[in-house]
Structures are given as C-alpha cells and as structure tokens.
Design a protein around this ligand. Structure first.
Ligand SMILES: Cc1cc2nc3c(=O)[nH]c(=O)nc-3n(C[C@H](O)[C@H](O)[C@H](O)COP(=O)(O)O)c2cc1C
Length: 212
C-alpha cells in the first residue's frame, strides 16, 4: 500500500477558508440564472426547523436569495402560515441543506426577520412569477381545516395562471423571511474520509475542524 492510499483525503485537503467560500458559492450558484447546470442543485430547497411553544417544527422551502458576503439567506412564505407566528415568538431557526451529488450537508444557525409591508418584500414580490403568485391568492389560511380538499388557490382558477393584475391581490399575503446566518456546520461524506467543520459568524467569527 502506498502512502497516498493509506492517507485520508487523497489529492489535497482543502483549507477551512476554501471550504467556507466554496460552500457559500455553491449556495449562491443555485440562483445564478446564467448557470444552466447549477453547481449544487440539491441546495435549491432546504428544511427550515423552528421552535414552537411545545417543541419543534420543520418544513421544506425554496431558497430564494443568498448574500455570501453579508451571510444572509432569504425565502418566501404566506404571512398567515404557522411558521411566521413561530418565528415571531422564537426568531432563531436552523436551515438544513443536503446535496446528493456533492455528498454535502450544510446546517445553518440563523436569526429570522419578517418582511411583509416594506421595500424588501416589495422587491422580492417583483421577482415572484405567476405560478407562485397563484398560491398567495388562497382565501383559506394555510393549515386551516377544510370540509373538502382545497387546492391552495381560488378553485375557479383551475390549472390557469392569474393575470399580472389579478395576481396583485396576493401581495398582502406575501412575506419574506430574512435569515441572518450566525453559524454554519459543514459535513461532507466520503469513504476516503469525512470532512466536518464549523464556521462561526456571530457574535464572534471563528472556524475549526470538527470530528464527524
Ligand atoms: C419542494 C417544496 C417546496 C416548498 N417551498 C415552500 C416555500 O418556498 N415557502 C413556503 O412557505 N412553503 C413551501 N413549501 C410548503 C411547506 O413545506 C409547508 O408545507 C407550508 O409552508 C406550511 O408550513 P407551516 O405550517 O410550517 O408554516 C414547500 C413544500 C415543498 C414540498
């Protein structure tokens, strides 16, 4: 057996700084419209875990915006959704990403901030297509009990999309959740050696390798 074969991480071991920058680049690449093949398609959606009065909750959402320099992440939701109430009571949350091809998990500890009636929400609303706007037209509160299946938009719309003018009626229900990233836990699975590291941003910055 050669030395290379008996050593974990054949090739080269990335530096903590490289790993941190690459991870943010991979998150941002998902939203790069010039990129036909996103670098990390698995990072398109994430699980958002929140705290509740009695325990914890979690759900899938779509990643909508990333600021790798300021360490912010944004996603969209209906202002009437249960998660919004949970973030108002307990602003801290965890965002969990998994990319099968990269064999990489990112676990971000964040502080959430709700935007509904401000320029941040207005700016995001301009980027929301008719297909997504349709969901904000729902007359029923998300999670409310119904006597029959409810499609999540006015049933009269059927398979059609709302016109741009009609879709504006959904604006009062639209919310942006801004997530300030406080820390990132990185894990890459590999038979040749797992890689786990933590990157702390707030209250103080720091980075370290962790045992997987
Ligand atoms: C692939 C996928 C993407 C989703 N994206 C979003 C999203 O971007 N925003 C959102 O509020 N809900 C999204 N949902 C629905 C949520 O998972 C959840 O069911 C809903 O928001 C209600 O959650 P809550 O009761 O915890 O507020 C998505 C679901 C799936 C399966």
């Amino acid at each position: 057996m050669t030395l290379a074969e008996s050593t974990p991480y054949p090739g080269h071991t990335p530096s903590l700084t490289d790993l941190e920058q690459t991870s943010w680049q991979q998150l941002a690449s998902v939203l790069d419209e010039r990129n036909d093949e996103p670098l990390a398609p698995g990072f398109k959606t994430m699980i958002v875990a929140s705290r509740t009065e009695t325990g914890a909750d979690a759900r899938t959402v779509v990643l909508r915006k990333v600021d790798p320099d300021r360490k912010y992440i944004w996603f969209h939701t209906d202002v009437r959704a249960a998660k919004v109430m949970q973030f108002e009571a307990f602003p801290n949350a965890t965002l969990l990403f998994w990319d099968e091809a990269l064999r990489t998990q990112l676990r971000l500890t964040v502080e959430t901030h709700l935007h509904t009636n401000d320029y941040v929400a207005d700016e995001h609303w301009q980027t929301v297509g008719a297909g997504s706007r349709k969901n904000y037209l729902s007359e029923q509160e998300p999670g409310s009990e119904q006597s029959a299946p409810y499609p999540g938009f006015p049933p009269s719309l059927g398979a059609s999309l709302p016109t741009p003018e009609a879709s504006e009626a959904g604006r009062p229900n639209f919310a942006v959740i801004e997530c300030r990233v406080l820390a990132m836990d990185y894990l890459r699975l590999s038979r040749e050696g797992q890689l786990r590291a933590k990157f702390q941003y707030e209250p103080e910055s720091g980075m370290a390798w962790l045992a997987p």
